[in-house]
Design a protein around this ligand. Structure first.
Ligand SMILES: [Zn+2]
Length: 102
């Protein structure tokens, strides 16, 4: 995937997601995984690269995020949230939680 800027102007109603790292998701994932969030490891379903959540590439939008593999940019997880729920869609990958850390 290229990060080159798109030549066409974006419609103002669709804010462009920002590229951040997995640390940006720790706050919202702590609601699901508690203190174990800091130890989460993600395994890419495409290239089998395993890395800490904090090292993953994240496209962050106001109420959703796409977590991509840092090696092949494959989508590992998609997250979306509202005031009432957090949905974690394991698009193609695994989340490993270290037990005993919460
Ligand atoms: Zn990968």
């Amino acid at each position: 995937m290229s990060l080159a800027t798109h030549p066409l102007p974006e419609p103002p109603a669709t804010p462009r997601p920002s590229m951040v790292d997995g640390n940006a998701l720790i706050g919202i994932l702590e609601e699901a995984f508690g203190a174990a969030t800091a130890t989460l490891a993600l395994t890419c379903g495409s290239c089998a690269d395993a890395s800490a959540l904090s090292d993953s590439a994240v496209e962050l939008a106001p109420t959703s995020a796409i977590v991509r593999c840092r090696c092949c940019t494959h989508t590992i997880l998609t997250l979306r949230w509202s005031e009432h729920e957090l949905v974690i869609d394991g698009a193609s990958g695994q989340i490993t939680v270290q037990r005993g850390s919460r």
